[in-house]
Design a protein around this ligand. Structure first.
Ligand code: GLN
Length: 328
């Protein structure tokens, strides 16, 4: 294990054969440093050790992937090795990469993240792509879906449980006709989302602090029947599964964004009960789900008697990931 501050390139590294020279650090080529970093991460059980070892160096030096390739033969000085291995150690302690770099790309856009928001997942991009198609053409995966005039012209979209704002802000950015509201129960999450809207130049996005639809913004004369699309990635992990999640998730991501209650379906029940009042005629409710929740969520939608055209959609890996329905 390489120690923190004050360590030199080889201190305590697994590569005893390379040793040290009389206690002085030895300069190393970047590719070698990254190889050691990768080994340290792999030993710590980090899933994408090779990728993360490179990402940490890119982050440290402000390089992109091309820049990294150009720098591959670069010789690193002791202080650079130290700074790099400090980052590697932090990641090896299972702090998420994105909490070290402070950012995650989603739909090709940069999103600031911290411990107050769920780190946007690639799985969720699928749902955003479906939403963009729906807003543009009223269809879902090439099939006519929404019908009527619900999706003509400028439309009101609500990202419920917005967290970092990844879903709502990317919709606002990629569909200029969408008027997006982002809502979350967490003041701290909304602070991150507001920062992300500004950083991505989405001035028109509105923010509401609300426990689902509880806030007054969603009631009164203008609060009902307002949205053509309500989209949500609510907390959906079954409570007893939380302990089995990777340390990055369990110890660093907000439980508020993950814990879906005893059966993982708590938020779907509440959203399905409340969303119909806030959807326009032919409006659509679209929600991310866990890979094993499709049937249960479709059943909740059916039972409510308020929805039709209840469909499940898969993500890029073929897992059930989205359920959509139109309000009756
Ligand atoms: N997809 C996330 C995970 O697997 C969970 C997101 C959520 O609960 N909404 O960690």
């Amino acid at each position: 294990r390489i120690s923190g501050a004050g360590s030199r390139c080889f201190h305590g590294s697994a590569r005893g054969e390379q040793g040290r020279e009389g206690g002085r650090g030895v300069s190393l080529a970047l590719k070698e440093v990254i190889r050691i970093g990768e080994q340290m991460l792999a030993d710590a059980g980090v899933a994408d050790a090779a990728i993360d070892a490179k990402e940490l160096y890119c982050y440290m030096e402000g390089l992109d992937r091309t820049g990294l390739m150009m720098a591959w033969q670069r010789i690193l000085q002791d202080n650079q090795c130290e700074a790099y291995f400090k980052l590697v150690e932090e990641r090896a302690s299972r702090v998420p990469l994105q909490h070290i770099t402070g950012t995650q790309e989603f739909m090709g856009l940069p999103f600031a993240v911290n411990g107050d928001v769920l780190i946007p997942r690639q799985d969720t991009e699928t749902m955003v792509e479906d939403a963009l198609e729906l807003l543009k053409s009223g269809s879902l995966r090439g099939q006519e879906y929404a019908g009527g005039k619900a999706f003509r012209g400028s439309v009101e979209v609500l990202d419920l449980c917005c967290g970092s704002g990844a879903i709502g802000i990317s919709i606002a950015k990629l569909d200029k006709d969408a008027k997006v509201t982002c809502a979350d129960v967490s003041t701290k999450a909304l602070a991150v989302a507001k920062k992300n809207a500004a950083a991505n130049g989405c001035k028109g996005v509105k923010f509401v602090e609300s426990d689902l639809f509880a806030a007054s913004d969603f009631h009164g004369r203008f609060g009902k029947g307002k949205y053509q699309l309500i989209i949500s990635n609510p907390p959906y992990i079954r409570h007893d599964v939380i302990d089995t999640l990777e340390p990055e998730v369990r110890a660093h991501e907000p439980m508020l964004a993950l814990d879906g209650g005893a059966d993982g379906l708590e938020f779907y029940r509440r959203i399905i009960a409340e969303a119909p009042d806030h959807l326009k005629k032919n409006g659509v409710l679209m929600m991310e789900i866990g890979y094993d929740q499709k049937d249960a969520v479709k059943e909740l939608l059916r039972e409510s008697g308020r929805f039709e055209k209840i469909v499940g959609l898969t993500d890029l890996t073929g897992k059930d990931r989205i359920v959509a329905a139109t309000v009756i």
